[in-house]
Write a protein that binds this ligand. Structure first.
Ligand SMILES: *[C@@H]1O[C@H](CO)[C@@H](O)[C@H](O)[C@H]1NC(C)=O
Ligand SMILES: *[C@@H]1O[C@H](CO)[C@@H](O)[C@H](O)[C@H]1NC(C)=O
Length: 648
C-alpha cells in the first residue's frame, strides 16, 4: 500500500509526536497484561503477533467508518479525475489495469463486518491501491507507525544470462538469526513457489505504484542500493508500514561454495529458512490509550463528535498542516543499510569519456530552496559545458515528482520552451463553488490556472464544461487549461543550452519516475526526442520509463485548508476531515499527450492511460546492483556505443 507522494515526511518525520488531543480512547487502561500495546511499549522491536495484537486492539467503530467512507466517496466522486475511467479502463497493451468501481467497492466495505478498526482502514487503503494510480491514496496514519521488516532483503539480477533472485543485504540488527553470509545467495523458492514467480505475482497483485508491472517489480525488490529516499509507503516485498499478510516467509537458498563468487554458480547444498516479519516499534506511546491519543485521535473528532458546523479550531488546522507537511510518522525508516537520502534535489557527477550524470532526486523544491535550486542547476550545466561534457545522462529513477514548475525549469534549461501539455479538471458543482471563490479572492492554488481564450482573472473556463466519454460514462470536464509558471523562478533565466542536442542526452529510469517526473520525462521524450533507457524490471517485458503521469494531485489535508481559507468548509458537498488521523491524495487534473486539437477529450490520449516505452534497456547485475556509479558507467557505455537511439 502506498503513502502519499511526498518525500517530505521522510526527511522530517520522527520529531512529530505531538500530544494535542484531549479525549482518551475508551480502551482498558489498567494492566499491561491485558493491554497488548503496553506489552511492547518501550521495546525497539516486536514480533508480528505482538504488533498485530496492538494494532488490532482498537475495535471497529461504525460511526468513524461511515464518516471515513463518506469523505472518500465525496472526493472520488466529485474530484478524482479518473473515477469513471477507472471503473472501465481501456485495454492498452503494456498496462496492467483491472477495473475498479470505487463507489461500489466502498459500498462493499461499508456493508462488511470488520473485526477491528485496522482491518477496515486497511481495506479502504487497499481499494484505492487497486486503481494503480500512485496519486490515489488513503493513508490511515494510526496504522502506519510501525515499520515491518523482513530481515532478508532481496533484489533481482541478471547473472550468467539468467534472472536470479538474490539476497541483497541482511538486517541482523533486528533478527539475530539472520546471517551476513547469506548475502549473494540465490533464493530459488519463496513459500514453496519459484521465487521469481512469487515476486512477479506480488508485483502484479499487491503493489499499487504503477500500471506498469516492471515499475512495480523494481519497487518491491530493486530499491536497495539505489535508494533516493522516496518512501513511497513501504510496500516492498520486505519492508512495510502496514501489517503484512502473513507472519513468516520461507526462503530456499543456495549459497556459493567458500572461495567462489555467485557467478561461478558452484553452490553448497540448498537449505530453507523461515524468516519472520519483525516490527520496529514506534516510541511515542506507553499503552493502548496513549497509542490512540498520539497516533490516531484526530483533533476534528475531538472537537466535533457533534459533526457538522462545529467551529474549526486552530487544533484542526494545525493537525492538517502537520499531516500535510508529512509529520505524521513516529519512525522514519532506518535505512543505514541502504544509504538514505542526503536531502538534496539534484547532483551533477562527471564520469570518464566526457559523460556527465545529472541525478535528479526530487522536484519537491521547498519554496525557501527555490533560488538555490535554480542557481545550482544552472551552475551545474555551466560547469559541465566548461569541462567539455559531451553526453548527459539524466537519472530520473526513484523520483516521486513534486513541483511542475521545477520540471518546466529543467526542460527549459535544455530546450527552447515547449508548450505545456493540455490538461483539464473534472467538473462538479462543488468544485465550481471552490474555483469561483478562489478567483474572486485571488487565493489558493485554484487560482493558478489559465485557459486559452479566457481572460486571466476569469473562472469561466471551469463553468463552460465539455462532456467526454470516460469508460462507460459521459463525464463533464472544464475547458483545457495550463498552469502558469511565470513567477516560479522569479524571472531568473534558465541556462541557455547551445551545446547538447537531444541525442546527446539520455533519460535513465527504473520506471519509478512518477507524477511531475513522469510528465517531464514524457515531454523530453515525446516533444524533444530525448531517448530513454529503462533499467531493471522483468526481462523480456517492454518497460516504460515513467509512471503515474496522470497530472496534478491534491491531498485532503491541503484541500481542507484551502476550503477553510475560502470559507467553504461547511459547503454541503465538502468532504469532512477524517475522524481518525488520516490523509488521502488524488489526481484532479488529467494531462494529455501531444495530439491534435480535435482529439482533446479522447481518453486514448490521456498520459495516465497510454504507454511510453523506453527505447532501450539495461538490467541489474552483480557489478552494478550495489554500486550506482558502476550502473552509470554501464549506461554511459551503452550511450557512447549508440545503443540507445530513439525508437520512432
Ligand atoms: C459503479 O457501480 C455502481 C453500482 O453498481 C453503478 O451505479 C455506477 O454507475 C458504477 N460507476 C461507474 C463509474 O461505472
Ligand atoms: C546547492 O549547492 C550547494 C553546494 O553543493 C549545496 O550545499 C546546497 O544544498 C544546494 N542547494 C540546493 C537547494 O540544491
Amino acid at each position: 500500500m502506498k503513502l502519499l507522494d511526498s518525500n517530505v515526511g521522510f526527511r522530517i518525520a520522527a520529531a512529530a509526536v505531538l500530544l494535542l488531543s484531549t479525549v482518551t480512547y475508551a480502551a482498558e487502561k489498567d494492566s499491561s497484561s491485558t493491554d497488548p500495546c503496553a506489552a511492547i511499549a518501550g521495546k525497539t522491536t516486536a514480533s508480528f503477533k505482538e504488533a498485530k495484537a496492538c494494532l488490532d486492539h482498537f475495535p471497529f467503530n461504525k460511526d468513524f467508518a461511515d464518516q471515513t467512507i463518506d469523505t472518500v466517496r465525496k472526493v472520488t466522486n466529485h474530484l478524482y479525475v479518473f473515477n469513471e475511467i477507472a471503473a472501465s479502463p481501456p485495454n492498452v497493451e503494456g498496462l496492467e489495469v483491472v477495473p475498479v468501481n470505487i463507489s461500489y467497492g466502498l459500498d462493499i466495505i461499508k456493508n462488511q463486518k470488520w473485526k477491528s478498526d485496522r482491518e477496515f482502514q486497511d481495506a479502504v487503503a487497499l481499494l484505492l491501491d487497486k486503481v494503480q494510480d500512485a496519486h490515489l491514496v488513503y493513508s490511515p496514519f494510526c496504522y502506519r507507525q510501525f515499520i515491518f521488516w523482513q530481515p532478508i532483503q532481496l533484489n533481482s539480477l541478471i547473472r550468467n544470462q539468467r534472472t536470479v533472485v538474490n539476497v541483497a543485504y541482511i538486517k541482523d540488527d533486528i533478527w539475530p538469526d539472520a546471517k551476513k553470509s547469506w548475502v549473494g545467495c540465490e533464493v530459488t523458492h519463496i513459500d514453496d513457489r519459484e521465487a521469481l514467480d512469487m515476486i512477479v505475482d506480488y508485483a502484479v497483485n499487491n503493489n499499487g505504484e504503477s500500471k506498469d508491472v516492471n515499475t512495480c517489480f523494481n519497487n518491491i525488490v530493486n530499491t536497495k542500493s539505489y535508494f533516493h529516499g522516496w518512501d513511497d509507503g513501504a510496500d516492498d516485498l520486505g519492508y512495510h508500514r502496514f501489517l503484512p499478510a502473513q507472519e513468516v516467509h520461507s526462503y530456499t537458498m543456495r549459497c556459493p561454495k567458500k572461495g567462489t563468487e555467485p557467478k561461478d554458480e558452484d553452490y553448497d547444498e540448498s537449505f530453507t529458512v523461515k524468516v519472520p516479519w519483525i516490527a520496529e516499534v514506534p516510541r511515542g506511546f506507553s499503552d493502548a490509550s496513549s497509542y490512540w491519543d498520539n497516533y490516531c485521535q484526530s483533533a476534528y473528532s475531538t472537537s466535533s463528535l457533534a459533526r457538522r458546523n462545529a467551529a474549526w479550531t486552530t487544533e484542526i488546522t494545525d493537525e492538517l498542516k502537520r499531516m500535510h507537511e508529512g509529520q505524521a510518522f513516529d519512525l522514519s525508516p532506518n535505512n543505514n543499510a541502504v544509504g538514505g537520502s542526503d536531502g538534496r534535489y539534484v547532483e551533477f557527477i562527471e564520469l570518464d569519456h566526457n559523460v556527465g550524470v545529472i541525478d535528479i532526486q526530487s522536484f519537491s523544491i521547498a519554496s525557501q530552496d527555490r533560488d538555490a535550486f535554480v542557481k545550482n542547476f544552472t551552475e551545474g550545466l555551466e560547469e559541465f559545458e566548461k569541462k567539455g561534457v559531451e553526453k548527459i545522462i539524466l537519472d530520473l529513477s526513484q523520483n516521486g515528482g513534486g513541483d511542475a514548475c521545477a520540471g518546466e525549469f529543467i526542460i527549459n534549461s535544455f530546450f527552447e520552451s515547449t508548450p505545456d501539455y493540455l490538461s483539464d479538471v473534472k467538473y462538479s458543482s462543488f468544485l465550481e463553488r471552490v474555483i469561483s471563490k478562489a478567483y474572486s479572492q485571488q487565493a489558493t492554488k485554484w487560482y493558478d490556472y489559465r485557459a486559452e481564450g479566457y481572460p486571466a482573472g476569469s473562472d469561466q473556463w471551469y463553468k463552460d464544461t465539455v462532456t467526454y466519454k470516460r469508460g462507460k460514462e459521459q463525464v463533464k470536464f472544464s475547458k483545457p487549461i495550463t498552469l502558469s509558471c511565470d513567477s516560479w523562478n522569479a524571472g531568473v533565466k534558465p541556462y541557455k543550452n547551445s551545446k547538447w542536442k537531444a541525442s546527446d542526452i539520455m533519460i535513465l529510469s527504473d520506471g519509478r519516475c512518477g507524477s511531475t517526473c513522469a510528465i517531464v520525462a514524457s515531454r523530453l521524450h515525446l516533444s524533444h526526442k530525448v531517448p530513454a533507457m529503462g533499467f531493471g524490471g522483468i526481462r523480456g517485458n517492454s518497460m516504460q520509463f515513467a509512471s503515474f503521469p496522470g497530472g496534478e494531485s491534491e491531498r485532503l489535508s491541503g484541500f481542507l485548508m484551502d476550503l477553510q481559507s475560502l470559507g467553504l468548509q461547511d459547503d454541503p458537498d465538502a468532504p469532512e476531515p477524517f475522524p481518525e488521523r488520516a490523509d488521502m491524495g488524488w489526481t484532479f487534473r488529467e494531462v494529455y499527450r501531444p495530439m491534435e486539437k480535435k482529439d482533446i477529450g479522447n481518453e486514448e490520449y490521456l498520459l495516465e492511460y497510454s504507454v511510453n516505452n523506453a527505447d532501450c534497456r539495461m538490467y541489474f547485475n552483480d557489478e552494478n546492483a550495489d554500486n550506482v556509479k558502476e550502473l552509470w558507467r554501464q549506461a554511459a557505455q551503452l550511450m557512447l556505443n549508440d545503443e540507445c537511439p530513439l525508437q520512432e
